[in-house]
Design a protein around this ligand. Structure first.
Ligand code: EPZ
Length: 418
């Protein structure tokens, strides 16, 4: 398994190109199942999760080809209605296969997704929504069997929590339901707006994206589309924090500043110089930063996917700070690894209490999940001495060309195949 070796202490300087959003590309890829016409998706990041989804679509019967950062899907023939465990277990977002297949085939059998390291991550809201749209659901032999004999019918769906995945699955099914569907307390993430943009390009009739309520008027069929995926706001947040933790000066290109302004504002408050332009952000360390408390929330609050990276930065700032995780029940797994660098963090249930230390010393560390891995790399960049990061396959799920981009910014970093 590959490892990443970092000799820390280098200030990051220069330009980094932010890739397309993983969490926008994934639901858009599943949306291609809603039409038999070909589609083209641009600015797609080269990541393991994207490859998994391409493999999945081809298995189901939608010919899908990725060349560089563009994916083309072709007219489809008959789709399979079964999503097997060996595909679903690789990526939780595979549950998004349910919406489109239920809409097209009136049935889908998907293997139970299995847990993941950041919590149980049930899909009860997805299933409740499908029931409201007219599907019957049973669990047999490790599969969730979903059937809507008479086809899906529009409904009012009031989400108990603005779940990103549940919102996406409802959108991916209700667009072809008979009648109107209203989703209340809907997720407002930019990735939802990007998916709605694509579905409307396909001929869907959806309004209200980005607000508390989305209304979908079902249509009979949908066209193919061409779309350029929005920039990855979490990758952008990661590089902004990387510049801060190494006391560097970095310009991020191909970003949408508005999508990550909550992190930019927190960094400004801590004393970092942050200059936003239309599609770029410059972050420059000019003075010792002051620790800032954060609480993760749904968009437009502080993103849970940038929580670990933020904690890594807080560990090296003089003073105390508090980080509260409200989205996932188990998203501090990486803290024990940060303590191997010398971090002073106490975690009780959902709150991490951090006392800044003068320096980190490089250490061998292990990645537990995608964003935790990013935090360990940031810590290694700031640490004195050598850091060896193992289980980097987690990082390959969400960060395109990570070590190449960091090396270009002046980091002493390399990947070794072992
Ligand atoms: C999406 O996951 C993202 N993944 C996650 O990013 C992100 O952390 C999360 O949204 C929150 O922003 C993708 O977009 C592929 P949720 P998702 O449904 O859809 C609970 C990354 O690093 N819940 O909003 O799974 C759930 O357990 C990944 O790129 C239910 O209880 O997030 C969690 O505690 C990690 N029942 C909370 O809601 C349900 O039916 C948020 O989940 C659904 C969710």
């Amino acid at each position: 398994m590959d490892k990443i070796i970092i000799h820390g202490g280098k200030k990051l300087k220069g330009e980094v190109i932010i890739s397309g959003s993983k969490n926008s590309t994934l639901p858009i890829l599943f949306a291609t199942l809603l039409s038999d016409e070909p589609s083209i998706i641009k600015n797609v990041p080269s990541l393991a999760d994207i490859d998994t989804t391409v493999e999945f679509l081809n298995f189901i019967g939608k010919k899908t080809v990725k060349k560089g950062n563009t994916i083309r899907t072709y007219s489809s023939c008959k789709y399979k209605h079964i999503a097997p465990y060996d595909l679903v277990r690789k990526m939780r977002a595979s549950v998004l296969i349910m919406g489109p297949l239920l809409a097209r085939l009136n049935r889908v059998d998907v293997s139970l997704p299995g847990g993941c390291t950041i919590g149980a991550r049930p899909i009860d809201m997805h299933l409740d929504a499908f029931r409201k749209l007219g599907a019957e659901i049973s669990i047999e032999g490790g599969y969730i069997k979903t059937l809507s004999k008479d086809g899906l019918k529009g409904a009012v769906i009031d989400l108990k929590f603005p779940s990103v995945g549940a919102t996406e699955n409802i959108l991916l099914s209700a667009v072809l339901a008979k009648g109107k569907t209203t989703i209340i307390n809907v997720a407002k993430e930019p990735e939802i707006e990007d998916l709605v943009d694509v579905l409307n390009k396909m001929g869907a009739k959806i309004s209200g994206a980005g607000t508390e309520k989305i209304i979908i008027d079902g249509v009979d069929s949908l066209r193919g589309f061409t779309h350029e995926v929005i920039p990855d706001r979490i990758e952008a947040a990661t590089y902004m924090i990387a510049a801060a933790i190494t006391k560097g000066d970095v310009v991020l290109k191909n970003v949408t500043p508005k999508h990550i302004e909550v992190v930019s504002n927190k960094l400004k408050k801590s004393g970092l110089c942050v200059k936003e332009n239309k599609t770029s952000i410059r972050v420059k360390w000019v003075r010792n930063l002051k620790p800032q408390n954060i609480k993760t929330e749904v968009y437009p609050g502080f993103p849970t996917d940038a929580q670990a990276q933020w904690v890594a930065l807080m560990c090296l700032l003089k003073g105390h700070s508090k980080v509260e995780e409200t989205i996932f029940e188990n998203r501090f797994m990486y803290v024990a690894e940060l303590q191997r660098f010398g971090a002073n963090i106490m975690v009780n249930s959902k709150v991490a209490n951090i006392t800044g230390v003068d320096k980190f010393s490089g250490a061998p560390v292990m990645v537990s999940d995608l964003r935790a891995g990013a935090a360990l790399v940031l810590a290694g960049l700031a640490a004195e001495g050598k850091t060896v990061v193992s289980r980097v396959y987690h990082l390959d799920r969400g960060y395109e060309l990570l070590e190449k981009k960091l090396k270009k910014l002046g980091a002493d970093i390399k990947r070794v195949h072992s």
